[in-house]
Ligand binder design. Structure first.
Ligand SMILES: *Cc1c(COP(=O)(O)O)cnc(C)c1O
Length: 235
């Protein structure tokens, strides 16, 4: 019940932002960020109509993937990646949005089983140049994209950004706008690129106005997380 209500309010926010920007609301996908929530919460979310789930912590995610294997779910890995974790990620996920270095891309490519379709990947960009944040520098984006594009078992889908936290609307617009510019350049070069993953519960409307094609929504769908696990924390 709560999830259904929350989803309809998220959908409303998406529609309003899309309308404001003359965009088609269905061009924006919802990734339900389910970190810190148990499998039964995800079942309720699936009943409400959600199909894509994002997880940050591998061990926690693997448990839920196992518990929910009877359901058709698209799993996205969105957390920082340690190189000793790439094998499980390559096998059990459909997407990885947090690629931030060549070594990780190469390992995922090698470890993605040939029997599975190529792993969909986004490059995470450190859009505000924060020293504490994961993600490539803007200057490294295009060379990393070129290599990923050449890897057989990876499919380059786009970019993911987490701008620095601010209540300043203008700052939010600027960061998302820069990300959209980079996305556009990438999409002009690579036909497989169709995903600009940006916007969370607090800033999804601005992200959509600036061109997001996928919003990653946690608390606005599931409620406030009680464990203090925020974006960017390592497993
Ligand atoms: C936790 C998380 C989100 C969702 O954050 P909410 O504010 O709960 O919507 C989105 N993206 C990433 C990378 C996250 O770690």
């Amino acid at each position: 019940m709560t999830i259904t209500k929350n989803l309809s309010s998220v959908t409303n926010r998406i529609e309003n932002a899309a309308l404001q920007a003359n965009r088609i609301p269905t061009d924006i996908d919802i990734l339900a960020v389910s970190k810190a929530w148990p499998a039964e919460k995800l079942r309720a979310a699936i009943d409400a109509g959600l199909t894509r789930f994002g997880e940050n912590y591998l061990q926690e995610a693997l448990q839920k993937i196992e518990q929910l294997q009877d359901l058709k779910i698209e799993w996205h890995f969105i957390g920082p990646i340690q190189s000793n974790k790439t094998k499980d990620i390559a096998i059990h996920f459909d997407w990885v949005q947090s690629i931030d270095r060549l070594k990780i891309a190469q390992r995922l490519n090698k470890q993605r089983p040939a029997s599975q379709s190529p792993l969909n990947v986004c490059i995470q960009i450190n859009i505000d140049n924060e020293t504490t944040k994961s993600g490539v520098q803007v200057s490294e984006l295009f060379s990393l994209a070129r290599v990923i594009n050449s890897l057989e078992q990876l499919k380059l889908r786009g970019i993911m950004v987490i701008p620095s936290k601010t209540d300043d609307l203008e700052q939010q617009h600027l960061a998302f706008h820069r990300a959209h510019n980079l996305y556009q350049q990438l999409a002009d070069q690579y036909a497989t690129v169709d995903t600009l993953s940006m916007g969370m519960s607090s800033d999804m409307s601005v992200a959509i106005v600036e061109g997001s094609t996928m919003v990653r929504i946690g608390s606005a769908l599931f409620g406030q997380r009680t464990t203090p696990r925020g974006a960017g924390q390592v497993n």
